[in-house]
Design a protein around this ligand. Structure first.
Ligand code: FE2
Length: 282
């Protein structure tokens, strides 16, 4: 397959830590992925999970539900989804914050999309040798209650020695200032990693802090993009998104890839429970 990245885009990635490619995927493919998610949520029975998310003293169960999701398809609610009695304020579909973290392994539609030639070529063009797909997420950013994601570097959560993880962020709907688009600090990926999240054998997590200075949020710029756009993010790039209080959702699908030539840290929260290496492109 021919290159999907131009030399300009590769240079921008190296200089700025991100780049944006409009129309990377067609509107039809965006609709197909959104329809698939609608079906997954329709088939999802919240049952006990709803209790875990709606009750404050269920912190441990909530954390375990998250930690065990690396090789599963699990559904996470928006914090603002529940009323004082623990009931959902909106319908089930409009209460889900995200779905993760193995859609690309377990769901046939997401498997097919994530392993497409175009994404494999993208990884090649980014010089990711022996690419491995570590996680996939569907992020809903629902109308009115879509939560804020504070400034962070993805490598805090998915640490790979010497060659940071790279994130692919696909806008399935327009992402604007109103519905909570991504924000990033251009060139901020030159900042060394400021913290790392570790998980121990007892499923306890801890944050190791290397630099506790505040992020220069005044340097953040909004990345407003249209449906079908791909944003590629360096694992050290500081980025965030604000809450969505608009009436429009902001659906996105994300995939994180690292080079199998480099060591994926054993204390990262996300591990394959079967101990097998992460799969690459076919
Ligand atoms: Fe992120």
């Amino acid at each position: 397959m021919e290159h999907v990245l131009s030399p300009t885009e590769t240079k921008q990635f190296n200089d700025q830590g991100y780049f944006v490619i409009p129309n990377f995927i067609s509107s039809d493919v965006c609709n197909l992925l959104m329809d698939r998610t609608r079906k997954l949520i329709d088939d999802f029975n919240p049952g006990e999970i709803k209790t875990i998310f709606s009750t404050k003293d269920q912190r441990h169960a909530k954390q375990l539900y998250f930690l065990e999701s690396g090789d599963k398809i699990r559904f996470f609610f928006e914090d603002g989804a529940f009323d004082a009695q623990g009931g959902l304020k909106y319908d089930k579909f409009h209460s889900i914050n995200k779905i993760g973290h193995a859609l690309h392994r377990l769901d046939p539609v997401y498997h097919c999309f994530t392993h497409s030639h175009k994404i494999a070529q993208l990884s090649k063009d980014l010089n990711i040798e022996k690419p491995r797909i570590v996680q996939s997420m569907y992020i809903c950013k629902q109308p009115y209650i879509g939560g804020e994601v504070t400034c962070h570097q993805d490598a805090t959560y998915l640490f790979v020695k010497d060659k940071p993880v790279i994130g692919f962020w696909f806008a399935l709907e327009d992402a604007t200032l109103e519905n909570g688009c991504l924000w990033a600090i251009p060139g901020g990926h030159h900042t060394p990693l400021k913290s790392r999240l570790h998980r121990d054998s007892n499923n306890q997590t801890s944050v190791e802090i290397y630099d506790d200075s505040a992020w220069p949020l005044e340097k953040m710029i909004p990345l407003e993009v249209s449906k079908g756009t791909l944003i590629v993010l360096h694992g050290h790039l500081p980025h965030m998104s604000k809450e969505n209080i608009s009436s429009r959702s902001r659906h996105a699908y994300t995939v994180h890839v690292f080079s199998g030539m480099h060591e994926y840290d054993k204390t990262n929260w996300l591990q394959n429970s079967d101990g097998k290496p992460f799969s690459g492109f076919i």
